[in-house]
Write a protein that binds this ligand. Sequence first.
Ligand code: ADP
Ligand code: MG
Length: 662
Amino acid sequence: MTIRNVCDLKGVGLKRGQQLGRLGIETTEDLILYFPRKYQDRRTVTPLDRLETGNKALVKARVLAVDKSGLYGKWGKKRLKLTVTDDTGLLEIVFFNGQYIAKNIHADEEYYFYGEISTFGSSLQMVHPEFTKEDIIGILPIYPLTAGLSQAFMRNIVKEALAVSLPLDDYMPKEVIRESGLVSLDEAVKNIHFPEDEKDIEKATKRLIYDEMYILQLGLSMMKSRSGGTGVMMTANADPYIESLEFPFTGAQKRVWKEISEDMDSARHMNRLLQGDVGSGKTVIAETAMFKAVKSGYQAVLMAPTEILAAQHHQGIEKKFRKFGINTVLLGGRLSAAERADTLENIRTGEARCIIGTHAVLQPSVEYENVGLVITDEQHRFGVDQRVQLFAKGNNPDILTMTATPIPRTLAVVYFGDMDVSELDEMPPGRQKILTKAVTEKSRSQVYRFVEEEIAKGRQIYVVCPLIEGSDEIPVRSAQEVYDELSGRLPAVGLLHGAMNGEEKSEVMSAFAANEIKVLVSTVVIEVGINVPNATVMVVENAERFGLAQLHQLRGRVGRGREQSYCLLILGSTGEIAVERARTMVESTDGFYIAERDLALRGPGEIFGNRQHGLPDLRLADISKNIDLVKPIQKQIASGYVNEELLRRVKKLFGENGELKL
Ligand code: ADP
Ligand code: MG
C-alpha cells in the first residue's frame, strides 16, 4: 500500500488540507480509515404520492415554483419555499434563511431531494433536505465533518484515496481471518465507505471492529509483559503476620494471597487488580502485602480515597504492625505543620516503613526512602508512565489496586487490561446474610418502628438519602429533611454530607463510631469503606435513585458485626427498572452476581460511563459491546498471531493516548 499526503489528491489544496487536518486526516491511509458515522439509503426513489410523514425519503422532482417572499421569526428572516412535482404529486421544500440556496436551485430543473417528510397544513413538505443534481442512487456514507467540508467532497476524496491505496496489504494473519470468519481488509475498507447493501456494511464492520479489538488487546498484553523484569523482589515471608490474625484465611484469600505473593517474590513488576465485595477481606490482604514489603526492606504505601478512610486504616493497621516493630504513619490533612514536617522527615529517612494517606502521598514534597509497594484504589489507577515517574527516585514499585465494586471478569480483563486480576469471591465464614426488604412510602411508619426497636437493642442505624437539601425540581427526601424529621422522634441523630468540610465529617464519623450518634442520616459520602460493626440497619430513601452497584455498596456498610443486619429500601417510585433492581437486591448479596445483573439491566456502556478506563479511543469498536471478542482474540494473540504491521498499528493506537504510551 502506498501512503500519500492528502494534499496530493485531486481537489485538495492548502485550505482543504487544513480542514482535513482538523479531523486528524493527513494521509490517504487516515482518509480510508475515516469511517462513516452512518449511511443514507438512497437506493429507491419514492414517488411523491407514496410519501409517508415521518419517514426519510429520496425523491426526484422538478421545481415548479420558487417563492422567496416568505418571512419567519421575530426578525423577519427570509424563507425559501419550492414547490416540486414528479407528476404523481406535489411536495413543498422549505429552507429557512435560505437565500444562499436559491442561487443553486432553479425553476424547471430536476433534482434529487433527500430528507424527512413532514406535514404542514394540508401539504407534505421536506425541511432542509439535502439536494443534488447528480444521479446518486445507492447507499451513501455520511461522515462526521467539520465546518467547510461537504459530504460530497468527502465521498469524492475517499474514492480517490481508495483508488490510490488499494490493494492493501492485509496485516491480519490468515489463521485469524479464517478462524473468525472475517472478510479481507480490501473488501472491508471498500465496503465500509461504499456498500452495496446492508450485508456489506455488516461484514465490513465486523472485520474492522475485530481489527480494533485485536490491536487493543495486543497493546494491552504488551504493556503487561513489558513491565516485567523491572519490578522489585520482595521475598520476605509473611506467615508471621498471617498467623497473628484472629482467623484463618478463607479459600479465596489463600488463592489471592498466593497470586500476590508470587508477584512480589519475583522480579516481575506487579500490577494487579484485587476485586472483592465489601467485607470479603481485601484489607487484610493489603496488610499482609504491606507486611511482606516492609519485612523485605521496602516502604509500603497505602492510598485511601478519603481522609476518613485513611485515618481508619491507620488506626487499624498501626496497632497490628506495632507488635512487629513496624512504624506506620498517617500523612493526613489534619497534621499540624510541625507534625507534618516530622512525618515527612521520617518518610524520607526511612524511619517510617508503612505510609498511609490520601493521594496526598503522591505530592512531590513527599520524598521516600525506598518504596516497594503501593496499594491504591480504582480511582487512583496509575498509567504506565505515571507509575515509573511517581517514585522516580526509587524503584518501580509493585502496584496493587483494590476495588469494592466488582465487575464481571470478562469486562475487568479489558477495562483493566494492563493489570492481572485477582478475585475474592468468597465471604469470611459466620457472616450473616443481610436481610433486605424493599418497601414503598406506605410502609414508612413500619420502617420507623423497626428502627426504634433496633435502637432499643443498642444498635445503630444508617439512613441514606440521594440529596443534601430539598429541591423543587427533584421530588425526593433530602438528608436535611429526613434529619429534621428523625431528630424529633429518635435519640442521638447525626447528619453527614458532602458539603461539610473534612473536619466536620470526621467528627460526626467518630461520634458514630463511638456510638454517641445512634442514627446517622447522610448522603452517599458514607459509601466507601466505613466500618462500624454495631450498625445493623441501612435504610435507603428513594432507593430508585441509586444504581445497583451503589445500593450494594451501601448495604455493605452493615452486617459487619455479629448481629443480624438489615437493609431497607424505600422506593419513592415503582418504575420497572427500580423494581427490578430492588428485586435483585432482595435476592442476592453476591457482588459479582449483582454486577452481572447490573450489566444486563443497564448495558456495559452505562456502567463504564463514569469509570475512568484510560484506554485509547476506538473508532468502530465499543469495548463493552464487543466484549465477546476478547476471549478468542486473547487466544489468537497467545498463539503468536502477531506481526510487524500489527505492532505498528498498536503504536499508532496507543500513541495517541497520553496515558498508556508504549
Ligand atoms: P474489605 O476490605 O474487603 O471490605 P475487610 O478486610 O475489612 O474487608 O474485612 C471485613 C471484616 O472481616 C474485618 O473485620 C476482617 O477482620 C474480617 N475478616 C477478614 N478476613 C477474614 C477471615 N478470613 N475470617 C474471618 N474474618 C475475616
Ligand atoms: Mg515483584
